[in-house]
Design a binder for this molecule. Structure first.
Ligand code: FPP
Length: 246
């Protein structure tokens, strides 16, 4: 049986290598200005660009952002359609920039429910940036942690049923290979903006040992400067992974 991965051996000693962000507060940001919620989402999309560009300066090699959850379909049809159109336009507009900035783009989440045009653009973006070796940007689109574990378990069960995997060989190393994030390291730091202290079904398995930062700033106000300040706070922490300090 493979030995469980020891997070204390793989985690960085200084700043976080992998930061995951729950970008919350776009709606309230727009409301405060008397504008429709989509206005806030557009402002939020502009912040994504700024934060992605700042990653090399801060030594963040992996950035994972929660753009649309499996629960977000419950929003009004206008908001859902507006967000889908924003994602399509965002991918079309930003891809050349990402290639120029050496950003490798990946998507996680359940794709079949997304429309064919968007799925095509997602495939294209992944293919176009495949050779990029700078920041690894992962966009969670129609993503839910429980949904991801459920889909992973279905694939794992199929491998067992078809004789490719023995039940006794399933351990903490095996299961993550079936997750959408199988090529990514676990996040070291998870940030949520807008004052809500919830994880909302984001990276449930992967964040077992992550640090969390819940900050009041609404996502469209989240600047690279604020990002840098949060990251420097992280360096001062003592991550023990269940052990005691040396
Ligand atoms: C949560 O704010 C935000 C979302 C559901 C969408 C996140 C999308 C973006 C930041 C836009 C673009 C992203 C990409 C990758 C192009 P909310 O609407 O729940 O805000 P509220 O809690 O104030 O209502």
């Amino acid at each position: 049986m493979a030995k469980p991965r020891d997070p204390a051996k793989t985690a960085p000693r200084t700043g976080p290598r992998h930061v995951a962000i729950i970008m919350d507060g776009n709606g309230r940001w727009a409301q405060k200005r008397g504008r429709p919620r989509l206005f806030g989402h557009h402002a939020g999309a502009r912040r994504v660009r700024e934060i992605v560009s700042s990653c090399p300066d801060f030594g963040v090699k992996y950035l994972t952002i929660f753009a649309f959850s499996t629960e977000n379909w419950k929003r009004t049809q206008t908001e859902v359609a507006g967000l889908m159109s924003l994602f399509r336009r965002y991918i079309m507009k930003e891809m050349q920039e990402f290639v120029k900035e050496n950003v490798r783009v990946r998507f996680i989440g359940d794709r079949p429910r997304l429309d064919a045009k968007l799925r095509g653009l997602m495939d294209e973006a992944e293919a176009m940036t495949e050779g990029c070796t700078g920041t690894n940007l992962t966009i969670a689109l129609n993503y839910g942690g429980r949904d991801e574990v459920t889909r992973a378990t279905q694939r794992l069960a199929r491998d067992v049923a078809e004789g490719r995997l023995r039940p006794e060989d399933v351990d903490e190393e095996t299961l993550p290979r079936y997750l959408d994030t199988y090529v990514l390291p676990d996040p070291d730091l998870v940030i949520r903006t807008s004052g809500e202290a919830r994880i909302s079904n984001f990276l449930l398995w992967q964040s077992a040992y992550a640090e969390y930062e819940f900050i009041d700033t609404l996502w469209p106000d989240f600047t690279a400067k604020i990002f840098g300040e949060l990251l420097s706070g992280y360096g001062a922490r003592d991550r023990r992974f269940g052990a005691v300090s040396a």
